[in-house]
Design a binder for this molecule. Structure first.
Ligand SMILES: Nc1ncnc2c1ncn2[C@@H]1O[C@H](COP(=O)(O)OP(=O)(O)O)[C@@H](O)[C@H]1O
Ligand SMILES: [Mg+2]
Length: 399
């Protein structure tokens, strides 16, 4: 029988659908506790921090879904690439309008925004908000009042407003941002007793440090919540749920491999799951589906992360030859001493610099458990890709 494949349940690169969301139990509970505080009129600020691909947007999107059911007007604003406060506030208000529009609260709110709202399509389902620059500047300055107006307009229908500021990495480089945020919070605290607004900026850990340098008191405002790797149990729960969704069974050994190579990283479990899904031809994921899938996933991950920042940026021939030798070494851990014996004298001399560089690039890290001089790759897929690259280059060198 020929089985026709449905769509893959995996979503590498996009926030995970609600029904496949796993883990983050503690962080979820803690954030919800703060959301409850806003119900009583207290303006709350949670900074959600974590590395790229660790699952910040997914957690945010899961929270939005939950908070919406709890009768908040909940909006997820994507701010990637935004560098000015004007565009920043424009996107916030546009997203509020879009959400209000979906929930038929549009008429209540839209009047407040005046003539700069456009109904983008024939049926008025999608809206855009594009006021001239001067008005945007006013919105930046009068942000507290504008939000207060919206809070008043929705107060009979909603407990409050929940805004996710997804990815403030760009805007946080602008020196005004930290001060603007601080003034906003201060203004609210001194002018209003009821301000049921929950704000959740999201950014990389280093953004948090930048902000606290620019405006030290900002960090007293934020409750910082950090997310890190998933446990193997959570990864396995996810993989099972995802394959269950398309009625495919996973053999225990296959599961072990997929969990191992995922290294607790959400982005890897999706890449691996997806690759294995497309390699598989029947209703069972067995060992012979898994290995080709993992290799394929390693290739994709390598092309996305290692090619641009490692292979295409390293100019030094010596670094290149060390990297090639690293690829010939089995496994994902190594000791400096052992590997050094594989190197010639010139390579040995630059080896320390090489290790520092690879750490900076996020390819390897110190292996604390292995003791001094022990290193490991940051995940299990990188060494596979580096091995594939070494082989390919050796072949080329021979030709
Ligand atoms: N809790 C989770 N459960 C299942 N998949 C997740 C979870 N968190 C993240 N993912 C998946 O991992 C990848 C990266 O997640 P994302 O939320 O975009 O990370 P970030 O915003 O931190 O860069 C996406 O493919 C997403 O679907
Ligand atoms: Mg994200």
């Amino acid at each position: 029988m020929v089985t026709i494949k449905e769509n893959s349940p995996f979503t590498p690169g996009n926030p995970v659908p609600i029904e496949l969301f796993v883990g983050r139990v503690e962080q979820f509970k803690e954030i919800v506790r703060h959301v409850k505080q806003t119900e009583y009129g207290k303006q709350e600020n949670v900074f959600l921090s974590g590395e790229r691909g660790i699952g910040k947007s997914s957690l945010a999107s899961y929270l939005r879904y939950y908070v919406e059911k709890e009768d908040f007007l909940a909006v997820h604003v994507f701010l990637g690439g935004v560098t000015t406060l004007e565009e920043f506030v424009r996107r916030i208000f546009e997203q509020i309008l879009k959400e209000a529009n979906k929930q038929t609260m549009f008429d209540k709110i839209s009047g407040y925004f005046g003539k700069y709202i456009k109904q983008v399509d024939l049926f008025g389902i999608s809206v855009s908000f594009n006021p001239p620059e001067a008005d945007l500047k006013d919105l930046v300055i009068n942000f507290p009042e504008s939000i207060k107006n919206i809070l008043d307009l929705i107060k009979d229908d909603k407990k409050g407003l929940f805004i996710i500021l997804d990815d403030i990495n760009g805007i946080s480089n602008s020196p005004e941002f930290a001060n603007w945020y601080k003034s906003f919070v201060d203004h609210v605290a001194t002018h209003y007793t009821q301000f049921p607004l929950f704000l959740m900026p999201i950014g990389l850990p280093e953004i948090r440090d930048n902000l606290s340098r620019q405006q030290p008191s900002l960090m007293r405002i934020f409750r910082v919540i950090e997310i890190d790797k998933l446990s193997d149990k959570e990864v396995s729960e996810f993989i099972k749920k995802a394959f269950d969704k398309v009625n495919i069974e996973v053999e225990p050994e296959s599961m072990d491999y997929m969990v191992l190579f995922s290294s607790g990283l959400p982005v890897l479990m999706h890449e691996i799951g997806d690759a294995v899904y497309w390699k598989n031809e029947d209703e069972v994921i067995s060992q012979d589906d898994v290995m080709p899938g993992i290799i394929y996933a390693a290739e994709r991950i390598g092309q996305k992360y290692l090619d641009p920042k490692v292979y295409r940026t390293i100019r030094s021939e010596r670094y290149k030859s060390i990297l090639r030798k690293l690829g010939e070494m089995p496994g994902s851990h190594f000791r400096k001493k052992d590997f050094e014996s594989e190197l010639n004298n010139e390579e040995k001399r630059t080896f320390d610099n090489f290790l520092t560089k690879m750490k900076q690039l996020g390819v390897i890290q110190s292996d604390i458990e292995g003791g001094r001089g022990a290193y490991k790759f940051v995940n299990e897929l990188f060494p596979i890709y580096i091995t594939m690259e070494s082989r390919a280059q050796r072949r080329k060198l021979k030709e």
